[in-house]
Design a protein around this ligand. Structure first.
Ligand SMILES: CC(C)(COP(=O)(O)OP(=O)(O)OC[C@H]1O[C@@H](n2cnc3c(N)ncnc32)[C@H](O)[C@@H]1OP(=O)(O)O)[C@@H](O)C(=O)NCCC(=O)NCCS
Length: 176
C-alpha cells in the first residue's frame, strides 16, 4: 500500500524493522486511552523484545495483515491495524489511536480510510470493528464511515466493567 499524505502527516504501513516505534506508539496509545485498549499498559510492559518483534514481523509480512502509522516529521502520531479473514470476506479494523495533539484534523478518518481501502484491495464484502460503548467520538467517526452498531457485545477485557460493541459495514456502505 503506497503512502498517503494528510496535511503534514504521512500515512503508511509500518515496516518490520520499525517494531520499536510500533511498541512506543502502542504503549502511548494504551496509556492515553485505557478504555479503548484490549490490553493494559502493565500487560504490554510484560512482553520482551522478541514478543514485539514477532508481533510486528508476523503482521507486516502477512499478506492479510497491515499495521498503519501516521507520522509527522517522522514522529508517530497515529496508528491502526487491519486484517482480512482467510476466506477473504471480512476485514477487521482495530488499534485506532491518534495522539491528542493531532486530533480533530481529520487524521483519524484518513487513517481508518487507509486501512479500509487496503481491505478493499482483497475484495472483502464485510468490514467490522469493536468500539467501547460510550466512546462517542470514535463511534461517530465509524458511523460516518458507514459502520453500524450490531447487538453483539463483550467485555473490553477480562474483569473489565466496560463493554465493547461490534460495528459492521457492507462493502457498499449506507449513507451516514
Ligand atoms: C477516535 C480518534 C481516533 C479520532 O481521531 P481524530 O483524528 O481526532 O478524528 P478526525 O479528526 O478524523 O474526526 C473524524 C470524525 O470523528 C468524529 N469525532 C472526532 N472527534 C470527535 C469528538 N471529540 N466528538 C465527537 N465526534 C468526534 C467526528 O465524526 C469527526 O468527523 P467531523 O470532523 O467531520 O465531524 C481519536 O479521538 C482517538 O485516538 N481517541 C482515543 C482512542 C480511541 O478512542 N480509539 C478508538 C478505538 S475503537
Amino acid at each position: 500500500m503506497t503512502a498517503r499524505t494528510h496535511g503534514h502527516a504521512v500515512i503508511r504501513p509500518f515496516t518490520a524493522d520499525e517494531w520499536p516505534v510500533w511498541r512506543e506508539i502502542r504503549l502511548r496509545g494504551t496509556e492515553d486511552s485505557p478504555d479503548a485498549s484490549a490490553e493494559t499498559v502493565e500487560e504490554l510492559l510484560e512482553h520482551d523484545d522478541e514478543w514485539w518483534i514477532d508481533l510486528v514481523t508476523s503482521t507486516v509480512d502477512h499478506p492479510r495483515g497491515m499495521l498503519a502509522g501516521a507520522f509527522i516529521d517522522e514522529a508517530p502520531v497515529g496508528m491502526a491495524y487491519g486484517r482480512v479473514d482467510a476466506d477473504l470476506t471480512t476485514h477487521g479494523l482495530g488499534g485506532m489511536w491518534v495522539a491528542p495533539e493531532a486530533r480533530g484534523t481529520g487524521l483519524g478518518r484518513a487513517l481508518a480510510e487507509y486501512v479500509i481501502d487496503w481491505g478493499a484491495t482483497h475484495g472483502v464484502d464485510r468490514y467490522e470493528l469493536w468500539v467501547t460503548d460510550g466512546n462517542d467520538s470514535a463511534e461517530q467517526l465509524y458511523l460516518s464511515l458507514g459502520y453500524r452498531r450490531t447487538n453483539t457485545t463483550r467485555p473490553l477485557r477480562q474483569g473489565s466493567d466496560r463493554t465493547i460493541v461490534l460495528m459492521e459495514r457492507r462493502a457498499e456502505p449506507e449513507e451516514a
